[in-house]
Write a protein that binds this ligand. Structure first.
Ligand code: SF4
Length: 204
């Protein structure tokens, strides 16, 4: 198992164990905490479906495969894992664990199977990725869709870019306070993101 797979698996198991151990009410509270983000993700899905379904092949959208799926180790935030486990069936998270313990033999993402991406709510980096070809084809200079996409990208920052209090940071903090640590907690580990947080605090 590669170190990437191990990090992913350890994080997935940790999140799953904790979410199974908390009360129904606490889980409900977490689901309410992410509800606005889930609405945002539905908005992005609807936008991509409307504007990119025709241009992207079956391979890219109908099967929920984005063009970055050919990469071996996609960046996943800790909060991506939390959100996905919160909304997934047990069988879905079990399938992710099983994929992670198998050797990755191809030049593709470990989470890609014959039906497409195995995540119910795939990582935000994957969701927001548009390949150049598709982008050029859909977004002409003055296309209204380009403007909407820019607005979506701004909105995405409100969940994970720590120049303000953001959901992704809050979810990491929640788990840290419960005694957990993961290398995927980039909002607490990444020097670049920590700098942004620090700068934001000094500006307020
Ligand atoms: S996590 Fe899913 S969407 Fe992202 S690269 Fe892997 S298979 Fe593709």
């Amino acid at each position: 198992m590669s170190s990437y797979q191990k990090e992913q698996l350890d994080t997935l198991n940790m999140v799953q164990r904790h979410l199974e151990a908390i009360s129904k009410q606490e889980k409900q509270r977490l689901l309410s905490q992410i509800s606005d983000y889930l609405t945002f993700r539905n908005t992005v899905d609807a936008f991509l479906g409307e504007h990119f379904e025709n241009i992207c092949t079956l391979k890219c959208y109908q099967s929920k495969v984005s063009a970055c799926c050919s990469r071996e180790g996609i960046i996943t935030f800790f909060a991506d894992v939390v959100v996905n486990v919160l909304v997934s069936e047990k069988s879905e998270t079990k399938a992710l664990s099983e994929a992670l313990i198998k050797p990755n033999t191809g030049f593709k993402c470990i989470y890609l199977d014959i039906h497409g991406c195995m995540w119910r709510v795939k990582p935000i980096i994957c969701e927001m990725f548009l390949c150049d070809t598709a982008e050029k084809a859909v977004f002409s200079e003055k296309s209204p869709a380009r403007k909407v996409w820019q607005q979506i990208k701004q909105r995405e920052k409100q969940y994970r870019w720590p120049d303000q209090p953001v959901l992704f940071d809050e979810l990491e903090t929640y788990f840290i306070e419960a005694g957990f640590r993961s290398p995927l907690m980039y909002l607490h580990n990444s020097p670049g993101l920590l700098r942004i947080k620090k700068l934001a605090k000094t500006n307020f």
